[in-house]
Write a protein that binds this ligand. Structure first.
Ligand SMILES: C[C@](O)(C(=O)O)[C@H](CC(=O)O)C(=O)O
Length: 304
């Protein structure tokens, strides 16, 4: 299957009046594998999760283009037919860097990415005190992405995010999104939507432009389910913390148990084989055998 297929299928879903994309946030290979195994047909690579897992740092503009592209390329290629929507923060610099981001993401197999209007020293959209670049600079970022996409002959989807709602209000946010749309962005992303009424209004005000809903629970946005987002008229919903949230809780609990018992005390079913099976063990063994390899002839399961 050609590498462009995930992007093409994402574009088809966006065009389809009944099309809707649900993308759980993933941040590493294991979380992506689990989301694929659970049957999701799109993934979202969270920048916050990448900063946390790759660097052990908060979402404060710490990840570089290289960090993000490396993680995105690995995740996108676990299942090249599954669209990966990817955080691209501010685009990592001026128009030249935004072009490089677009080209590198497209070549890495990313199907869509979002670029925002925060300053380079950005922060998570659900933290207070965000600072923005002016609208012409934001438009330049979007234009640079669209032009790079066109130069490359790629159909990667450009998503324009604005963080202006928090400090400048709904009207300014809509003005910025319209400017981004006119600069060629394929999808709009109003960060930090603060009520259901606003969610409905934004979809209505920007129709027929497709909109993405960022569903960060316990942030600025009320809890809106995938079903409800679809009914409101969003085309994409992302859940950035869908895997890193449970991972954080489970790891903390597991470590607390280890401290208490002197053993991790894992469930019996959690063998090394089970972990590796979640990461494609059987497919790898098959691949080896098909090529004439003999390393795994005896299998990998211990005989007890
Ligand atoms: C969507 C987001 O950019 C992400 O990195 O996943 C974050 C999520 C978060 O940190 O709450 C954002 O909304 O800024």
């Amino acid at each position: 299957m050609p590498l462009a297929s995930a992007t093409t299928s994402l574009r088809q879903t966006l065009k389809d009046p009944n099309g809707f994309v649900i993308a759980p946030g993933v941040y590493d290979g294991l979380s992506a594998r689990l989301a694929l195994a659970a049957g999701f047909d799109a993934l979202y690579m969270t920048g916050a999760g990448t900063a946390a897992s790759v660097h052990g740092q908060a979402d404060l503009g710490i990840c570089t283009l290289n960090d993000m592209r490396t993680n995105a390329e690995m995740i996108a290629n676990l299942s090249p037919s599954t669209p990966l929507i990817c955080d691209a923060d501010t685009g990592y610099g001026g128009p030249i860097m935004v072009s490089r981001t677009t080209e590198q993401y497209a070549r890495s197999g990313v199907a869509a990415f979002h670029i925002e209007d925060q300053v380079q020293t950005k922060r998570c959209g659900h933290l207070a005190g965000k600072l923005l670049v002016d609208t012409p600079t934001y438009e330049t970022r979007i234009r640079a992405a669209v032009q790079a996409r066109n130069r490359l002959g790629s159909d990667i989807v450009v998503i324009a995010r604005t963080d202006s709602l928090q400090g400048h209000g709904y009207e300014e946010a809509l003005t910025r999104l319209r400017a981004a749309r006119d600069a060629g962005a394929d999808v709009g992303f109003l960060e930090g939507i603060s009520s259901r009424e606003m969610a409905k209004q934004a979809v209505k005000d920007l129709a027929p432009w497709p909109l993405l809903l960022n569903m960060v629970e316990h942030g600025s946005t009320p809890s809106i389910s995938a079903q409800e987002a679809r009914e409101i008229g969003f085309k994409i919903i992302i859940f950035p913390f869908a895997t890193i949230g449970p991972a954080l809780t489970a790891m903390a609990e597991g470590l607390e148990k280890l401290k208490r018992l002197g053993l991790p005390g894992l469930d019996e079913s959690l063998t090394p084989q089970a972990l590796f099976r979640a990461c494609g063990l059987d497919e790898s063994v098959k691949l080896d055998a098909e090529a004439g390899g003999v390393s795994f002839e005896g299998g990998v399961d211990l005989r007890k």
